[in-house]
Write a protein that binds this ligand. Structure first.
Ligand code: HEC
Length: 136
């Protein structure tokens, strides 16, 4: 009896540590994803500057139909252009952002994790992104 209690405790501890290692807490769109898109992407991907036929100002727009195919495939980062373009070598013409320094690796990892978790992107004000140079 005592032995099985110990085993259960050990297994519980192992499970907890594995969960912890697998990605800590879920990604928070407003705190972690929105600032990256707002600072580095939306200046070229908005309703007026629609480069690559892509508007990243809201979830509905980002998930909208494009001739070149979907930008975000929830739970599948490897099929999501939004993640792939950040992982391309800098010399690749499709590498994003098209100008300026690259997105740091840890932030690319956060975007990857966010997509794998289902790409949760709230509606309304929390999910709306205004290009930096414009007044909201
Ligand atoms: C300086 C302008 C600029 C910035 C900043 C920028 N992009 Fe782009 N983006 C472009 C252009 C131009 C294209 C079209 C490239 C093409 O079709 O070859 C594009 C295309 C894309 C595409 C579509 C690729 C495809 O094959 O369909 C994605 C996804 C994308 N950008 C994501 C991003 C993300 C994410 C960021 C921020 C990290 C970003 N972009 C920042 C200019 C920009």
């Amino acid at each position: 009896m005592k032995r099985s209690v110990t085993l259960t405790t050990v297994l519980a501890a192992l499970t907890l540590s594995t969960l912890h290692a697998a990605g800590d807490t879920p990604v928070d769109f407003v705190k972690q994803i929105k600032p990256i898109l707002a600072d580095r992407c939306v200046e070229c991907h908005n309703s007026e500057t629609l480069l690559g036929e892509l508007n990243l100002q809201t979830r509905a727009l980002a998930f909208g139909k494009r001739k070149a195919g979907p930008v975000i495939v929830p739970k599948n980062a490897e099929k999501s252009m939004l993640y792939l373009v950040l992982s391309l070598p800098p010399k690749d013409e499709k590498a994003m952002p098209a100008t300026g320094h690259r997105i740091p690796k840890d932030e690319v990892g956060t975007i990857r994790q966010w997509i794998e978790e289902g790409a949760i992107w709230p509606e309304g004000k929390d999910g709306a992104i205004t290009p930096k140079h414009k007044k909201s």
